[in-house]
Design a binder for this molecule. Structure first.
Ligand code: 8GT
Length: 145
């Protein structure tokens, strides 16, 4: 029997710096996925799937409004990669973003946290994000605004 090929989805994610002074280097918002579903309790950047007819930027603003209750200003594309899980192929796009209003709330996540790139390396992250985390830590994403 042949195995079904996992469907491909485009996923946008946000690199959102913690507002205020940077003690110990910049920190960015990450979230732990809910227990029970796919990639349960793994960490990821806030965001989600791009819907048909939507731009990456509009999808990211919508996802963060729905899942964090914040309004974003979305900046440039920082990173793009592709990863195949057993259930899904993810085309992952990371965009720079800042919060223009609201305090992030974990409406769709188990918990939220601000972490440095070094701290992120120690968290169990979604596999698609591993090369992204390496590039972030090594300063290969360019200017992060
Ligand atoms: N938001 C986000 N999703 C990621 C990242 N890395 C990664 O592999 N993903 C995967 O991309 C998909 C994101 O879609 P989603 O957030 O709408 O999916 P979900 O499973 O939480 O919700 P769903 O029940 O609506 O499908 C998930 O399968 C998630 O595991 C990341 O850094 N951020």
């Amino acid at each position: 029997m042949t195995r079904a090929v996992p469907r491909t989805v485009r996923v946008v994610a946000a690199l959102i710096p913690r507002p205020g002074p940077e003690d110990g280097g910049p920190r960015y918002l990450v979230q732990q996925r809910l227990p029970g579903g796919s990639r349960a309790l793994l960490w990821e950047f806030p965001g989600g799937k791009v819907e048909a007819g939507e731009t990456d930027e509009a999808a990211l603003a919508r996802e963060c409004r729905e899942e964090l209750d914040v309004e974003l200003s979305v900046g440039r594309r920082l990173w793009e990669g592709r990863h195949t899980y057993p259930d899904l192929t993810v085309e992952l796009v990371l965009l720079a973003a800042t919060i223009v209003s609201g305090e992030p709330k974990p409406l769709g996540a188990h918990q939220l946290a601000f972490h440095t790139p070094t701290e992120m390396q120690a968290l169990p992250f979604c596999e698609a994000d591993i090369p992204l985390l390496d590039d972030l830590l090594a300063g290969r994403l360019g200017a992060l605004d």
